[in-house]
Design a protein around this ligand. Structure first.
Ligand SMILES: [Zn+2]
Length: 289
């Protein structure tokens, strides 16, 4: 079973929503980055949000990046998603542990700390659109809810959850984004707020065996699913892209590398893939650059 995301409208199109089950995607991120539970939850929540937000753009090659820069021990976290819910991420410190919160949950807010969250939308224009707000709690879902209210003036409710199993693998992961359209009536807003106040958590719903669609049906009336999309951890790095990155360091640096006489090994921080360029290949890059 693959991860799926649904998007659509509800309450006679007065509300739009995005909801995703991202267990396998977050487990893949955990495996690549060897994260401990707190970091698995922090990175997994941001990846889940990015996967949903990436599909909000209109064009096939739109890319969205969410970046959290907090002063907590986790350090910066980045997640980048394409238009088709392909998502990848990086967390600065992967081995952080803090005492559980009094409610038994991982202390993601404590790990992230205070700082900023940035939403970078690259829609193929000269300059990407960058929206930035202060972190509200460091719990990520609340930070994004606050971001939407402050930066985009869209009343939004974001829920994100990652449940880590005893063997440290990802047991459940997912989330939703519910947004009020500008013409939403007071009755609709009140109805959604009431449902949200009664809602437990995304991972609790999945633990009860609910699908992502069933979870949203419990929150929204008159739901219409417009699209179902597969979510995956995907990196677009390639030998050719890494070669271009090498060219971009400049001829002097390349000649220094060549003079060392050793192969040059480069590592993709998003997916962990290694690329090796032999002494001869570095020479060829210098000649052709
Ligand atoms: Zn990669």
């Amino acid at each position: 079973m693959s991860d799926t995301m649904i998007r659509g409208t509800a309450f006679g199109k007065e509300v739009r929503f995005f909801a995703a089950d991202t267990r396998e995607t977050v487990e893949e991120a955990r495996r690549i980055h060897d994260t401990w539970p707190l970091c698995t939850a922090a990175l997994g929540r941001l990846l889940t949000a990015a996967a949903m937000m990436g599909t909000m753009g209109k064009n096939e090659d739109d890319v969205i990046t969410l970046k959290i820069e907090g002063d907590g021990p986790v350090g910066s976290i980045t997640a980048t998603a394409d238009h088709n819910a392909g998502v990848k991420g990086i967390i600065y410190n992967n081995h952080i542990e803090l005492p559980l919160k009094t409610n038994g949950h991982l202390d993601v807010g404590g790990g992230v700390g205070r700082g900023m969250i940035s939403v970078i939308k690259d829609f193929g224009m000269k300059e990407p659109y960058v929206g930035q707000t202060a972190l509200y709690s460091g719990e990520i879902a609340e930070d994004l809810t606050y971001y939407y209210a402050e930066s985009e003036q869209i009343p939004t409710s974001v829920a994100l959850g990652v449940l880590v199993d005893r063997d440290l693998s990802v047991k459940q992961a997912g989330g939703f984004i519910i947004q009020m359209m500008p013409f939403a009536s007071e009755e609709t807003i009140a109805a959604v707020e009431k449902k949200l106040s009664e809602f437990g958590s995304v991972t609790d719903e999945f633990e009860k065996g609910k699908s992502v669609t069933e979870m949203m049906e419990s929150l929204l009336s008159d739901m219409e699913i417009e699209e179902t999309i597969l979510v995956s951890y995907s990196c677009n790095c390639s030998r050719e892209r890494v070669r271009k990155a090498l060219v971009s360091i400049g001829r002097d640096e390349l000649e220094k590398l060549y003079d060392e006489g050793e192969p040059v090994n480069l590592h993709c921080d998003f997916c962990g893939k290694d690329y090796s360029f032999s002494h001869e290949e570095i020479g060829e890059i210098i000649v052709s650059s």
